[in-house]
Design a protein around this ligand. Structure first.
Ligand code: MLT
Length: 404
């Protein structure tokens, strides 16, 4: 018997578990201090009333023999697929067939699982800094090589720095799988339609596949920023898109997302859609009826209005953090199209040192940029997903400590 030795190569703990452990230890030692958590991007507003109403009704249906349901369809109920299709795509001029949409328990799982359908020999490119799931899951499947001098030998890192406006540059060597996340986690920066078109053209010309994570699209405020990669001509032949109800409708604890795999995406004469359908049918048993009814309610007029208000609440927090830190002399990015604020640590402090300083001195938790990759060193991420009260308090504490 042999274990999958790739797991031995990886850091023993996932970034956000590591942070949670550190914070919990601090809280245990300092029970009298109030810690404000703006680290992991976890929402704090309750679910929209329209979602709750729909889920309660679904619970009642499950309690009645006549309306009880067993296994859900593995790719999602057709009414939810239609609601997604109409509201998230058709409304933006993107025509999809419901069979191109796969409802799941969230974008994180899909981003992690998608590697199942691609050869381990593919060359993977990621932005740096990057959401750790893309890299870690490639390490687990043996696609990343070895960890040497702070990076994986077989992964192409595309630095996103102040110099390039935090936008990746097209790699010089040919890459097969390209992970893009816009609006970006962690930098909070967005990509314009023109810039994204360059990636679509590259992928089509090089037979690459773009794995496009648009979990934060609901935070976009600028018109020239695409919500979906399929708003870009040519994207259907080269891109898979991941979407989530987590950051949009507060589903981090409920769990629901979806992945779009267009039929036009063909590699080696094989429709990628068929591979993902096969993978999901075998390894995933669908999202619960109750959750899918909750997700469907996000697209009712009432639901849309309530969700817009929740997003506006977090957008206000993002501006509070951004403006507050800027006033205090910090160099800050993001926030405009995103719930994340990406800041430069003062005096080139290492990001984990800055994490310790904030935790120990003012009890504010953020995420060290270095945890997202080598180019994240010297940066720090704060999320807008806290309560408005805690966000104000955290900014006041930062100002009091640093604006002397
Ligand atoms: C984050 O903090 O980066 C997100 O919460 C991660 C996630 O959505 O899984």
């Amino acid at each position: 018997m042999k274990i999958n030795e790739n797991f031995l190569k990886i850091q023993s703990s996932y970034l956000f578990s590591n942070i949670a452990k550190k914070v919990n230890a601090y809280v245990k030692e300092n029970p009298e201090r109030t810690v404000i958590r703006l680290g992991i991007g976890d929402v704090t507003r309750p679910l929209a009333p329209a979602v709750i109403k729909a889920m309660e009704k679904a619970v009642s249906e499950m309690a009645d023999e006549k309306t009880f349901r067993g296994y859900p369809p593995e790719y999602g109920h057709d009414w939810l697929l239609t609601a997604i299709n109409t509201n998230d795509y058709l409304s933006r001029g993107v025509k999809l067939d419901n069979s191109e949409i796969f409802v799941s328990d969230g974008a994180k799982s899909d981003c992690g699982n998608i590697g199942d359908i691609f050869s381990v020999d593919n060359k993977v490119a990621v932005c740096d800094p990057v959401y750790p799931v893309y890299v870690d899951t490639n390490v687990m499947s043996g696609r990343a090589g070895d960890f040497e001098s702070n990076s994986w030998t077989n992964i192409v890192y595309m630095p996103c720095t102040e110099e390039n406006g935090f936008l990746p540059e097209i790699p010089k060597e040919k890459v097969d799988i390209i992970y893009l996340c816009f609006p970006n986690n962690p930098t909070g920066m967005a990509i314009t339609k023109d810039e994204l078109k360059k990636w679509v053209d590259y992928a089509n010309a090089n037979d690459s596949v773009i794995l496009y994570d648009s979990a934060y699209e609901a935070y976009i405020t600028e018109d020239n920023v695409p919500h979906s990669i399929y708003e870009i001509e040519g994207a259907k032949t080269c891109a898979i898109e991941f979407r989530s109800f987590s950051k949009t409708a507060g589903f981090t604890g409920v769990r629901c997302g979806y992945t779009v795999v267009p039929h036009e995406l063909v590699r080696g004469n094989v429709e990628i859609n068929a591979l993902w359908a096969r993978r999901q049918a075998t390894k995933f048993n669908g999202v619960s009826y109750i959750t899918q009814r909750g997700a469907e309610a996000c697209f009712t007029e009432e639901g849309k209005k309530q969700i817009r208000e929740i997003i506006a609440y977090y957008q206000k927090n993002a501006r509070t953090i951004y403006e507050g830190l800027k006033d205090c002399g910090f160099t800050v990015y993001g926030a405009k199209n995103s719930p994340y604020v990406w800041l430069k640590t003062p005096e080139k402090m290492r990001s984990w040192d800055f994490f310790d300083l904030l935790l120990n001195e003012i009890q504010v938790v953020g995420t060290p940029g270095q945890g997202f990759g080598p180019s994240g060193e010297g940066y720090f991420r704060l999320t807008a997903f806290g309560s408005a009260e805690n966000t104000d308090k955290a900014v006041a504490r930062i100002k009091e400590y640093f604006c002397k």
